[in-house]
Design a protein around this ligand. Sequence first.
Ligand code: PEP
Length: 250
Amino acid sequence: MRRKIAAGNWKMNLTETEARELTSAISDKKIPNDVTVILGCPAPYLSLTQALTKSNKNIHISAQNAHQESKGAYTGEISHNMLSSIGVDHVIIGHSERREYFNESNNLLKKKVEVLIENGFQVIFCCGEPLKVRKSKKHKAYVEKQLKESLFHLSSTQLKNVIIAYEPIWAIGTGVTASPAQAQDMHKYIRSLIRKNYTQKTASELSILYGGSVKPANAKELFGKQDVDGGLVGGASLNAESFNKIIRSF
Ligand code: PEP
């Protein structure tokens, strides 16, 4: 059985007070037993949110990025050693904003994925095409290249620690959502690539999340698709009422 996952990506939002209130409003409500909630928090709040959710087994705290080196002279960066030391065990890697604004290449992401998995993390690996590529109908080849160059060097045992998030860039923060049929089509294709490069078992066990303007109004239909195992949610994860509804949309 694949895990059902509602993951929030807070990006560079919220004050400490807001982060505290949001986390409490999510963890105070009983989360369905078969749903895993992941909160992608800004670095300054990782310890706080970790402490607030410690007793809630359904909630995991995730960093939004980590450096590929374990330590050293990299001003402003965060290492996996630091994250481990505060009990964080998930990291979002390859978000389109990191790729675009911080020039993170497939090759760099490969290194990050590798070092994180070697050090016991679960990686939420983001992929997805820009609008131009979707319009030229080359989106499948585009995403296949991202996966091939950053993920498919992993062994099947290592891949068990990866959650793939398919996030078409044209749907992120735009209010435009991929239709459930478009999401299913892409997720099915991604799963077929896992089957081709690994095994049927590995493919059927890997969770693939959809990201791109997920909200309470569309979550149920998206999550109802056969190969959509949940969502990576930006804007709607910043509001407790919205995110709590999304958590209960499976
Ligand atoms: C995201 O940041 O990963 C995301 C999907 O954002 P939004 O839900 O706001 O489109």
